[in-house]
Design a protein around this ligand. Structure first.
Ligand code: B12
Ligand code: SF4
Length: 536
């Protein structure tokens, strides 16, 4: 087992509230690792910290105010990527208006490169934490605790009348093994279980490549820092045994980058016979049959490859360092090892033309037919902090919107000067059509009695039901059932109420509530005249 952080006996008076901003549940969120890491570090240094997770619950100003009233934090922090900046900013506005004495802080891959813009758009943000936040947030909380100058804390941007004043640079953390274990227990994990989410774990930080659309090398450095494999497996074991996750998402940018590291980690997983499966992000040019076979044996079931384009020239323009042939080879190796692969493409990159966009779709279909690779398309979002954002004009990209909420990679917000956006949309439409047709086929097969298709369909329905439960805080609002004498009766009554209020067929609600209560993610608590249901 990984050593637990030692909680100092003396709890410091500064209370910290970390808030996860909402985004579409259809994006299949994972328990946020950023806030768990930050909380782990804060707890280890004797601070009181809580997480308000608005990802898996209804986000409202009233709820935030209730939390502030009850918890009375002195520091509130939110995290965001570019698309969630507006939501994260609104959250901090509610906090500042509730109590101007609260220090409002934002961190993450977006604001690390857009601090001045953040202060301009949201003057109520006091501080931006740039880069890795684990040590910075502790020093910031300590400065507030002692009443010393936060300007002396490295790694910050301070809001001075809208100007972003940068403090000393914060060096990257040298030894990741010194970081406390992420405090996942502060998250509503039962809700993530209900969503069928995997648990994210990271075994390294940094990336040595230089893809021009990506912020990671600038954020985490090009020299990759690795954790000791046995400590990573300790964490996976704890996540499985203590929190019940059987599916892990290794969120290293390229898990297969360092073969000795990946090999040792796989051997340790095999040695401990942990009944978990896992997926990774990888690059097609970092694979060997030996490593892949070992990964399969250790439980790896799926690899996601950033392929980006099927055209060689576009791949060169974005400095991806791979070719279509390398992609073919990579997905072939994964398939031969029995590991599923998913290829992610971006449409509208520099040098995109109508022909190249179509070539990319043809390429995606080719690797899917030959090796069973699944694929998905996104539109280009030029994120602040990337070479693409800074050099857009020179690269022939016109940025059409500065509304960060639209930087979700599902909307067209750029135009490649060589033309081609019409073709790009046409390619996306053909891809969407393909997905719609696949669902049509599944529905037809389900009607004809095919068990696999029936299961796929019911999975879609059940996902929808859980999303409604969470989005509408349905358990919190409707979970009190009166007049039930036993937990079974309470379950039947709950199903009826939910089916009616969430416009869901009784059968689907019944099946889902049973699944959630059998797994003890939903639990009934006896009252004098009935039961109240709550998330575990
Ligand atoms: C796993 C992952 C996902 C998962 C889970 C996301 C989640 N919320 O947990 C899924 C698949 C759902 C996902 C979806 C998307 N993702 Co994603 N994802 C990642 C990935 C690979 C790892 C994230 C992670 O857990 N890192 C580990 C933690 C510890 O690091 P961290 O989040 O950076 O947090 C540290 C610091 O940033 C800082 N910090 C962060 N927040 C705060 C807050 C405070 C108060 C403080 C003090 C400090 C602080 O301290 C933390 C600890 O050091 C990153 C790439 C990467 N290397 O980080 C991309 C990344 C975050 N994703 C990205 C994108 C674009 C998306 C999508 C928009 C893509 C899409 N449309 O499908 C969606 C948006 C979802 C969303 N709203 O978050 C981009 C974001 C770029 C940007 N500027 O917006 C990244 C950086 C990938 C990239 N290199 O381009 N993603
Ligand atoms: S896209 Fe992947 S390989 Fe390229 S720089 Fe980003 S993390 Fe590294």
């Amino acid at each position: 087992m990984a050593e637990r952080p030692i909680i100092p006996a003396e709890i410091k008076p500064v209370r910290i509230l970390l808030i996860a901003p909402p985004y579409a549940l259809e994006e299949y969120p994972l328990p946020p690792l950023s806030l768990s890491y930050l909380s782990g570090s804060l707890l280890a240094h004797g601070f009181e910290v809580e997480i308000l997770d608005l990802l898996t619950s209804k986000a409202s100003a009233a709820k935030i105010r209730r939390k502030l009233q009850q918890y009375q934090p002195q520091l509130v922090g939110t995290t965001c990527v570019t698309m969630t900046f507006p939501a994260a900013a609104r959250i901090l506005k509610v906090c500042k208006e509730f109590d101007p004495g609260i220090t409002t802080v934002m961190g993450g891959q977006h604001v690390s490169f857009a601090a001045e813009d953040a202060f301009h758009r949201a003057p109520w943000i006091d501080v931006v934490v740039a880069g890795e936040g684990d040590v910075t947030v502790v020093e910031l909380a300590s400065a507030l605790d002692k009443g010393t100058d936060i300007g002396k804390v490295a790694g910050l941007y301070l809001n001075r009348n809208g100007k972003a004043i940068r403090t000393a640079p914060r060096p990257l953390i040298g030894n990741l093994d010194e970081l406390p274990v992420p405090a996942r227990h502060l998250l509503p994990l039962s809700k993530y279980h209900a969503l069928g989410a995997a648990c994210s774990v990271v075994s390294s930080r940094g990336c040595p490549y230089g893809c021009i659309f990506c912020t990671t090398p600038r954020m985490y450095g090009r020299k990759v820092r690795f954790r000791q494999p046995h400590l990573v497996v300790d964490e996976i074991e704890a996540v499985h045994r203590e929190y019940g996750f059987n599916q892990i998402n290794m969120v290293d940018d390229t898990f297969t980058l360092n073969r000795p590291h990946a090999t040792e980690l796989c051997r340790e997983l095999i040695r401990r016979r942990l009944p978990v499966t896992w997926s990774i992000f990888s690059r097609v040019d970092t694979l060997t049959p030996e490593l892949l076979n070992l990964m399969r044996e250790a439980g790896c079931t799926c690899m996601l490859f950033g392929v980006e384009s099927g055209n060689e020239e576009v791949l060169r323009n974005i400095k991806k360092g791979i070719t279509p042939d390398k992609v073919r080879n990579g997905v072939k190796l994964a398939t031969e090892a029995g590991i599923g692969s998913f290829a992610s493409f971006i449409l509208g990159l520099p040098g995109e033309t109508p022909e190249r966009a179509r070539e990319t779709l043809t390429f995606a279909m080719e690797i899917s037919e030959r090796w069973g690779t699944q694929y998905g398309f996104h539109y280009l979002s030029p994120f602040p902090g990337t070479e693409l954002f800074e050099q857009a004009k020179e690269l022939g990209i016109r940025i059409l919107s500065r509304n960060w909420a639209r930087y979700n990679a599902n909307e067209v917000i750029t135009e490649a000067s060589e033309g081609g956006m019409a073709a790009v949309k046409e390619v996306m439409a053909r891809y969407d059509e393909g997905i719609a047709m696949a669902w049509e086929t599944i529905r037809g097969q389900a009607e004809a009695g095919d068990a696999d298709s029936i299961q796929k369909l019911s999975k879609g329905q059940t996902g929808g039901f859980v999303w409604k439960l969470l989005r509408e805080d349905a358990i919190e609002r409707l979970g009190r059932v009166r007049g039930a004498a036993t937990p079974q009766e309470a379950e039947t009554k709950l199903v009826e109420v939910l089916a009616q209020n969430l416009s869901t067929p009784l059968e689907v609600a019944g099946q889902e509530v049973r699944r959630l209560s059998q797994n003890r993610w939903l639990q009934p608590e006896p009252l004098s005249n009935g039961f109240v249901w709550h998330w575990a």
